[in-house]
Design a protein around this ligand. Structure first.
Ligand code: PLP
Length: 368
């Protein structure tokens, strides 16, 4: 029998493991340290409007999207929590940009990476993940990706990263050069350094949560607007305060719009939401190419259409100022999608009325 007064002392300090974590954290922080900040590019508007529009260009990260920031944060958070072990795989349920970025960071710290995804995922995406050293675990039923990822983690002694749960808490929202702090630093010499609105979109919800918290914490007079695509649960859930909303079909805009409200979506911190038709998003990115010569992904179009509506509203009210949107990923990933006339026709999107509205907006300042 143990003496109840005896001191119980269980020491699990493992110097070898600590040394591995220290080295892994160093590698991830060194990657951040040698990375340049992403540009805040100006989108030209008629000068007489007195309104400045910027896009935070997240396509220039080493893995090509804003998921590079997320993956870096998720790895640091998981490493410091003791969740990632040497030689044990990191597993994620993602067929998109997150898996590409996480595969890159897994390779950086020398652990295997497995992406669990639906068998229908395009060869192109599988190729991107494999090029970063990741392995793709394909399953037939897309609704099972989360449970299969969890199960695979248990079987292998690995770690299920779970971006949809941890995105909002893995990022330092008070600063540390997060996306919001970087935007404000880059605006500091502009004529309107405090924007009226920052327009984001939501996949995990992590980016909009970080921006919203930063705005409140630093006392800005800036609102955060989330632009949502068709078929997404975020807007109806936010409007009705109902976290149980489910939608019947998935979003056509890659990276954003979810069929359920993800745990990382922080609706209470969001000031405004706008539902943007998918055809408007596609018309917007095609129009942007004619104005700036740049091709961007569909989610950038969803947010940019919302930013244009806000600018039209400012013009109607006679206000000057600035608005910031996000360039989430590059358009060359979607040449056979948003930039393909066949895809647009097959999908049944009618771009013409929105293309006309955009042309009209850039001359009249009103957006129908
Ligand atoms: C993930 C993603 C978003 C949304 O970012 P979250 O921080 O996950 O809400 C927007 N666009 C693209 C292309 C994405 O991959």
């Amino acid at each position: 029998m143990a003496d109840p007064a005896e001191t119980v002392d269980l020491n699990r300090y493992d110097p070898a493991h600590r040394a591995w974590v220290t080295e892994s954290v160093r590698r991830v922080r060194a990657e951040a340290n040698r990375s340049a900040d992403t540009h805040l590019i100006a989108v030209p508007l008629p000068p007489e409007w007195g309104i400045d529009l910027y896009l935070k260009d997240e396509s220039t990260h080493p893995t090509g999207s804003l998921k590079h920031r997320l993956a870096r944060s998720l790895f640091l958070h998981a490493l410091c929590n003791g969740w990632i072990r040497e030689d044990a795989p990191v597993i994620e349920a993602s067929s998109g940009s997150t898996a590409v970025s996480e595969a890159y960071f897994a390779k950086l710290i020398g652990v295997p990476f497995i992406a669990v995804m639906a068998a229908g995922t395009s060869r192109h995406k599988i190729g991107l993940i494999e090029r970063e050293g990741g392995r793709c675990h394909l399953i037939d039923d897309p609704s099972q990706v989360y449970s299969v990822a969890q199960q695979l983690a248990e079987e292998t002694g690995g770690h299920y990263m779970d971006q949809f749960t941890f995105a909002e808490r893995a990022t330092d929202w008070r600063g540390n050069n997060n996306i919001a702090e970087s935007i404000f630093a880059q605006l500091s010499l502009e004529r309107y350094p405090e924007p009226e609105w920052i327009v984001a979109t939501a996949g995990t919800g992590g980016t909009s949560a970080t921006i919203a918290r930063y705005l409140a914490y630093t006392g800005r007079h800036t609102g955060v607007c989330v632009a949502d695509p068709e078929n997404s649960a975020f807007f109806p859930a936010w409007r009705d305060g109902d976290g149980e909303v489910r939608t019947a079909v998935g979003s056509r805009i890659e990276g954003i719009g979810r069929q359920r409200v993800e745990p990382s979506f922080l609706g209470t911190a969001i000031d405004r939401m706008m539902v943007v038709p998918d055809a408007a998003a596609v018309a917007t990115i095609r129009h942007l190419e004619t104005v700036t010569g740049r091709r961007v992904g569909g989610s950038t179009g969803t947010g940019l259409w919302a930013a244009y509506r806000i600018i039209a509203e400012m013009l109607a009210a006679g206000r000057t100022g600035s608005v910031v949107g996000l360039l989430c990923d590059p358009g060359d990933r979607y040449l056979d999608k948003y930039y393909s006339d066949e895809w647009v026709a097959e999908t049944g999107l009618d771009l013409a009325p929105y293309t006309e509205s955009l042309t009209d907006f850039f001359t009249s300042g009103t957006l129908a």
